[in-house]
Design a binder for this molecule. Structure first.
Ligand code: PHE
Length: 341
């Protein structure tokens, strides 16, 4: 599927409200006013339902303007998936297995998985539940089983969530590196989507799972940028098809921190700042963190950001970092129109 996708597929077809942030230039990469870089593979569910599919799997790269830290990257892949009545876990794990195998050979896994499953009334009527509750139970049961199968004894929790295309909606979080990390979003598909696309009198559930994050948990990979490195000290640690490997960190080069403060304006957003930083420093930017924020008596607001520069592969020189920081400052001033302090 083409990664340029239509505005309507990403948003209108999946009931994203007109004022939802995902439609904004701040969150999504626009090619022109009617075309965006696909921001989720959920974008394909309507057309697949219209084509008569009730169980499907879509893989694709997806793109989001986002923050810079160890679990976010502006491109990743999604699989939109719907098992029929095959053995869910066997199918799923072998699928993950194939993707991960592939990813470590070519070291470009940036993936998220999404699944979709439609039920007809005969499947829930015998249970005594209404269709939505039946689907929600089935969804949680399947995904908990999946998470246990994949991750074993990790701590996990369900969080109530909001997605425009599902109701109820949930996120599954896993405790990883002393923080709760979201690994998947899911929910019972809005009836309107099913009805609009020819699925009358049925219910469905769907989920989207971040494959890099899944791989981070499975293999103890601490930073999402590592999936993009071609450094053999990383790639050689993984063997085709072998699960159960734990990543052994190789000598970490020291980070270098640079702070910058500026008076923000009304249009300032952190995502715009991160785009500028990525544009200049690429994967050398490890983290961009707001460390100070105050408003003076005149009502002007100042932000101080700390940028961590670090290479996965080598030591950075002072000159190199100073030059990066000089360019970042220059572009922050010209592109974001803020006043440096
Ligand atoms: N599309 C959502 C995302 O990309 C994930 C999701 C998929 C949520 C399916 C609910 C159902 O974040």
């Amino acid at each position: 599927m083409n990664f340029f996708s239509f505005f309507s597929q990403n948003f209108d077809d999946v009931l994203v409200p007109a004022d939802h942030i995902s439609r904004s230039y701040n969150d999504t990469y626009y090619v022109d006013s009617g075309t965006v870089l696909r921001c989720h593979t959920s974008a394909h569910q309507a057309e697949l339902l219209r084509d008569g599919h009730t169980h499907f799997l879509v893989t694709g790269d997806v793109y989001r303007r986002d923050s810079i830290d160890s679990t976010h990257y502006p491109v990743f892949h999604q699989v939109f998936w719907a098992p029929i009545f095959c053995n869910l876990l066997t199918f799923f794990s072998s699928f993950v297995f194939r993707l991960l195998k592939h990813s470590f050979i070519y070291s470009y896994v940036k993936m998220q998985m999404e699944g979709f499953r439609v039920f007809s009334p005969k499947e829930w009527e015998a249970s005594g539940l209404d269709g939505t509750s039946y689907a929600a139970e089935d969804l949680k049961k399947c995904l908990e089983g999946l998470a246990r199968h994949l991750f074993g004894a990790v701590e996990m929790r369900w969080i109530d969530a909001y997605f425009p295309f599902t109701n109820p909606s949930f996120e599954l979080e896993i405790y990883f590196q002393e923080k709760w990390m979201e690994v998947l979003g899911c929910g019972v598909t809005e009836q309107e989507i099913l009805r609009n696309n020819g699925q009358l009198d049925s219910v469905a559930w769907a989920f989207g799972l971040g494959l890099e994050r899944l791989a981070m948990v499975l293999f103890d990979i601490p930073d999402i940028r590592l999936f993009w490195t071609t450094d053999e000290r990383f790639t050689s640690q993984f063997t085709k098809g072998k699960m159960g490997i734990k990543f052994k960190p190789f000598s970490k080069f020291p980070p270098c921190y640079k702070d910058m403060s500026f008076w923000i304006n009304e249009s300032f957003t952190e995502n715009n700042l991160c785009e500028v930083v990525r544009g200049v420093a690429g994967d050398l930017a490890e983290e961009v963190q707001l460390i100070d924020n105050f408003t003076n008596k005149k009502g002007m607001t100042s932000h101080c950001y700390r940028i961590a520069y670090r290479s996965m592969e080598r030591s950075l020189t002072d000159e190199e970092i100073n030059e990066l920081q000089r360019k970042v400052r220059e572009q922050v001033e010209t592109k974001l129109n803020v006043e440096l302090r």
